[in-house]
Ligand binder design. Structure first.
Ligand SMILES: Cc1ncc(COP(=O)(O)O)c(C=O)c1O
Length: 449
């Protein structure tokens, strides 16, 4: 029976059972595997979580944007159980199964681009990133890859090289791939000079084009990899001129456009893929996180001529596109479509953003509120003029939220952005309660700056 605290009530973290498990964790799991809170889950459903001490929480983190359709969606759980009764693993290289090719067909259908496509299924987001670079290099015969400041593309060596943030994602792990070139992302709130959003987007594009004369010729660049909305880098929404400009460069110089939609995709922004807001069609699109409805799965979806340029055996893997994940993904996509979760993402995002903009008027610690659908960032600063990041305060707000039953994360290279990524099936009342807890925490910490 639940003996813990209800959402909104203050609890001690970790609780008694939690403390026992935290001790075990500290003994046997390296500290490099970070945690946002000393909380062990017992069960979850929809947007609600219960921990091992019976404390309840509302989820504004969704397992880092993995649970767009919520925890343990009934239809996904049934699909997994049904598949588990048939077969668990064959390896797609050994024996093929229908769900892999059905999912490939579905992803080709629901991704932008009116051209033939092919799909590689893998396990993690980083693996999709790695494969997109392999395919781009094989297809173009070029080695250069353009990536951006504030980007996050994963933790494997190549993906880590593409990732921007040094501490602690990259610190001590180098050297990295020598083909990687890095340029400013159109993070307009932190533009280093006075400019309009559109002009800054165009400036960032020009910086790349200018570099073809000074750093690396365009003929050596295989691909530009970009998050249409920055995830770990701060939930930044770039001006349309930025992404359109990158597409133009790709067209002019025979470079491939890779959209990393691992965090921004699967309905989070109110469209299936964030890039659709910008009217840009990528050559390769990467999906993971919410794709598997809670199970491990990633996809590299690309133009058929590009994907098919790789020799037999050049891409794949033992577990890639495993049957349980494929069954779950097909169902997760169906749920997004049938339950109209794209519209709901837009609706929920508007409710949250309106409320946060109201907070922006009351609390000086809020420097910027930004969002696309239900991908929302709240950047916290010590001073609105200097924009000095309120890094410590962001951590305090997060902790206060956890203690009152709201699971929430921060992000950003300066560790000062509260990111809001609730499941898209969250109820209006749950959203309101979560925002109430967040406002109380912001109000308290605002007094200290
Ligand atoms: C945009 C983006 N790309 C790639 C990754 C890496 O995904 P994974 O952790 O599944 O390897 C992430 C993870 O946060 C991400 O947000």
């Amino acid at each position: 029976m639940n003996k813990g605290k209800k959402v909104g009530e203050e609890r001690t973290l970790p609780g008694e059972q939690g403390e026992r498990l935290v001790r075990l964790r500290n003994e046997y799991v390296p500290k490099g595997v970070f945690q946002i809170a000393p909380i062990f889950i017992s069960k979850a459903k929809g947007a609600l979580i219960e921990d091992v001490d019976g404390n309840e929480y509302i989820d504004f983190a969704a397992g880092i944007s993995v649970l767009n359709i919520g925890h343990c969606h009934d239809k996904v759980v049934s699909a997994i159980k049904e598949q588990a009764d048939k077969h668990l693993h064959t390896c797609f290289h050994v024996l093929m199964y229908e769900s892999y090719v059905k999912l490939a067909e579905k992803l080709a259908e629901i991704t932008p681009g009116n051209f033939p496509k092919q799909v590689l299924l893998t396990n993690s987001g980083a693996e999709a990133v790695e494969n997109s670079v392999k395919v781009a290099r094989r297809y173009t015969g070029r080695y250069g890859i353009i990536a951006f400041e504030h980007a996050f593309h994963g933790r494997t060596t190549l993906a880590m090289g593409l990732t921007s943030q040094v501490k602690y994602y990259k610190y001590g792990f180098g050297p990295f791939d020598p083909g990687i070139q890095r340029f400013p992302y159109a993070y307009t709130y932190r533009a280093p000079f006075k400019t309009t959003d559109a002009e800054y987007g165009e400036y960032c594009v020009r910086t790349i084009e200018d570099s073809f004369k000074t750093y690396m010729p365009a003929e050596a660049i295989a691909a530009i990899i970009v998050e249409p909305v920055l995830g770990e880098g701060g939930y930044v929404i770039p001006p349309v001129e930025f992404l359109k400009g990158l597409r133009r460069i790709c067209d002019d110089y025979g470079i491939l456009f890779i959209a990393d939609e691992i965090q921004s995709g699967m309905g989070r922004t109110g469209k299936m893929w964030a890039i659709e807001h910008f009217d840009v069609v990528p050559d390769i699109l990467l999906a993971a996180k919410s794709l598997g409805g809670g199970l491990v799965l990633s996809a590299t979806v690309g133009r058929r001529d590009i994907m098919d340029s790789v020799d037999i055996g050049g891409i794949g893997g033992t577990f890639g596109g495993n049957p349980l994940s494929c069954a779950a993904a097909l169902k997760a996509i169906e749920v997004i479509e049938q339950d109209k979760l794209l519209d709901r993402a837009t609706e929920l995002g508007k409710i949250a953003k309106d409320r946060l903009e109201g907070m922006n008027e009351k609390y000086d610690i809020i420097g910027d509120v930004r969002g696309l659908g239900s991908a929302i960032g709240v950047e916290l600063v010590k001073d609105r003029e200097t924009k000095e990041p309120a890094t410590k305060e962001t951590g305090e707000i997060r902790k206060k939220c956890h203690k009152h039953g709201l699971i929430i994360m921060s992000c950003g290279g300066l560790h000062n952005v509260i990111r809001i990524m609730f499941p898209l099936i969250i109820k209006d009342g749950e959203l309101k309660t979560g925002l109430d807890i967040l406002e109380d925490a912001i109000k308290e910490v605002n007094k200290t700056i």
